[in-house]
Design a protein around this ligand. Structure first.
Ligand code: HEC
Length: 132
């Protein structure tokens, strides 16, 4: 009986260790997956207008993630918007402009967009449309 008990304890400990290792591994993969986008975001001027949770001049990552599913079509579309920019009053979020990023190549722009879309969507905190 003691043997069986010890075995149960041992397997419970093993199971709990095992699950925490899996979680860490998943998190590690995610961090690696978005590391390039995160670095490119920091190297460009994006942070002056976009933040993770709060809308500054442009919508937050969570606002954008609530609006767009991370599908290949959306990622390609948003990467294009980032490169060509948004003229005042021609955007979908309000009247503000986003400066173009013509030197950014499409695959780098997509990496940044994927990183932005990896944040939890925040549909309850919509971007407040700019009223000038
Ligand atoms: C001068 C401020 C500014 C800078 C710099 C800026 N953005 Fe924006 N961004 C905006 C504004 C304002 C909007 C909302 C435009 C609109 O109404 O469609 C926006 C919108 C976006 C969107 C959503 C587009 C859509 O059609 O829904 C993405 C994605 C984005 N920006 C990514 C970036 C990235 C990546 C960078 C850096 C390479 C960047 N932005 C730099 C101001 C900026």
């Amino acid at each position: 009986m003691t043997k069986l008990y010890n075995l149960l304890i041992a397997s419970a400990i093993f199971a709990s260790c095992n699950s925490s290792t899996t979680k860490t591994a998943e998190k590690g993969t995610d961090t690696l997956r978005f590391a390039k986008g995160k670095a490119l975001f920091a190297q460009n001027d994006c942070g002056g207008c976009h933040a993770e949770k709060d809308a500054i001049i442009g919508p937050s990552f969570s606002n954008i993630a609530a609006e767009y599913e991370a599908s290949p079509a959306n990622i390609a579309h948003l990467a294009h918007v980032v490169i060509v920019g948004v003229k005042p009053n021609e955007g979908v979020w309000g009247s503000r402009e986003m400066t173009p990023h013509l030197k950014l190549n499409p695959s780098d722009a997509e990496e940044i967009v994927k990183y932005m879309l990896s944040f939890p969507p925040d549909p309850n905190k919509p971007f407040l449309h700019n009223t000038k």
